[in-house]
Design a protein around this ligand. Structure first.
Ligand SMILES: NC(=O)c1ccc[n+]([C@@H]2O[C@H](COP(=O)([O-])OP(=O)(O)OC[C@H]3O[C@@H](n4cnc5c(N)ncnc54)[C@H](OP(=O)(O)O)[C@@H]3O)[C@@H](O)[C@H]2O)c1
Length: 388
């Protein structure tokens, strides 16, 4: 039975990808790197991520195909802090590596250096150990379109995105760019796939989400009477269900056509005004006015808001706007021809589901109503996880 080593399964995109792998590949096992003190805690963390996708019955049945590998990308111990016997077992059983985990903390250089750089280096070392043992079928890395650095009014192709002379918006973009570079240099002779999602927001099949940063920024902007963005600035937004499907499908392919894919809306990206108009119509409110000239004063106002007491909602909104404004105003989109032809499916236009997302997120005050993990049904119990 094949085993894929996956990082980031307890996160938003990891949940989509792992669900897709479990459902599409019934023979597959997953070795999941999870931060947790023991298997019980790891199981509970995974349930938090997967309950958006499945009920407890499906979850408990999937657990029999999952090996938890307890470790941490930022561990100061060798080999991701994984216990030596567990590391040995993992390296012997794994046929491919799918590295999704990262710090998305755009304000903290320290978090990005530790998690993205040091963490990815340790995952690459594990991949090299697998390669040395019996061969590694594929190393896939979930990167981001933010590796393209500062841009203005462009359509970026996969092979032209990385330009080392260009400034980056934040430490997140810079460290993710270097992660791609490390994979390229340190894994010669291994098939590699780099996935670069654009702005991932919501699910085209239902309104629920468990990731709120970008959604909150979207709702704040949508509720303003005047939006500090040029009306025609295109917004490259994609649905998480399509992104998860793309990553899972391409990772399992024997011979994908390319080694880098933009998981993006590309030329189908819609102008800010078109999104606002559709949303206003769907929720029965007045569409905002777009004033591109207000961008700079607005950015300064966001900085002032950030200085409010740390946990206040003013500081939170200021911080979100400060972080995401460049991504909203830069009017840059990412060609998606490769991935659309590879998986035979396009992302769903944001306007098809943004109103439901807006209503649901506001109604639930930007928090997912997590349910605790129900007890394991006795009949589904299997020997490997009886201790959980
Ligand atoms: N969401 C987007 O819009 C978007 C867009 C472009 C690219 N991406 C990329 O997609 C990937 C996943 O993003 P996401 O939105 O799913 O992020 P997320 O929800 O914040 O999930 C991050 C995942 O990384 C794990 N992780 C973080 N630090 C770790 C550590 N020190 N050791 C082990 N695991 C650690 C987290 O584990 P815990 O549960 O223990 O915290 C979690 O499973 C990232 O590589 C990101 O750069 C995301």
């Amino acid at each position: 039975m094949k085993t894929v080593f996956v990082t980031g399964a307890t996160g938003y995109l990891g949940g989509y990808t792992v669900t897709r792998l479990l459902r599409d590949q019934p023979e597959l096992r997953l070795a999941l790197l999870v931060r947790g003190k023991d298997e019980r805690e790891a199981t509970e963390k995974l349930w938090r991520s997967l309950q958006l996708h499945m009920d407890a019955r499906e979850f408990w049945s999937a657990i029999s195909r999952i090996d938890f590998v307890l470790g941490d990308l930022t561990s100061t111990k060798l080999r991701l802090g994984i216990a030596p016997d567990a590391y040995e077992r993992t390296v012997r059983s794994v046929e491919s590596v799918l590295h999704i985990a990262a710090s998305l903390n755009r304000k903290s250089e320290k978090a990005c250096l530790n998690t993205n750089l040091r963490g990815t280096l340790a995952v690459i070392e594990l991949a090299r150990d697998v390669q040395a043992r019996g061969g590694l079928r594929r190393y896939s890395h979930v990167s981001t379109v933010a590796v393209c650095g500062e841009r203005d009014r462009e359509t970026v192709q996969e092979d032209d995105a990385v330009d080392w002379d260009r400034s980056d918006y934040d430490p997140y973009g810079r460290t993710k760019k270097f992660c791609e570079h490390m994979a390229h240099v340190l894994l010669p002779g291994v098939q590699k796939t780099i996935f670069r999602p654009s702005i991932v927001m919501g699910d085209s099949t239902r309104p629920e989400t468990s990731q709120f940063d970008m959604v909150r920024a979207f709702c704040v902007l949508a509720d303003l009477p005047v939006v500090p963005v040029r009306a025609e600035a295109r917004q490259d937004i994609v649905n998480a269900d399509w992104v998860g499907r793309a990553i899972a499908t391409v990772h399992m392919k024997a011979q994908p056509k390319y080694d880098i894919y933009h998981l993006a809306a590309g030329e189908q990206s819609l102008p800010a005004e078109a999104i606002a108009r559709e949303l206003a119509f769907a929720v029965g409110k007045r569409a905002p006015r777009f004033v591109g000239a207000a961008e700079k004063p607005f950015a300064s106002a966001a900085e002032v808001m950030m200085r409010f007491p740390r946990k206040s909602s003013v500081a939170l909104v200021g911080s979100l706007l400060h972080v995401f404004l460049p991504y909203i105003t830069y009017d840059t989109v990412f060609d998606n021809t490769r991935i659309v032809s590879e998986i035979g499916a396009s992302p769903v236009p944001f306007t098809a589901y943004c109103a439901e997302l807006y209503r649901w997120a506001k109604k639930h005050e930007f928090a997912y109503p997590y349910a605790p993990l129900p007890a394991r049904p006795v009949l589904a119990q299997s020997p490997e996880v009886q201790s959980v």
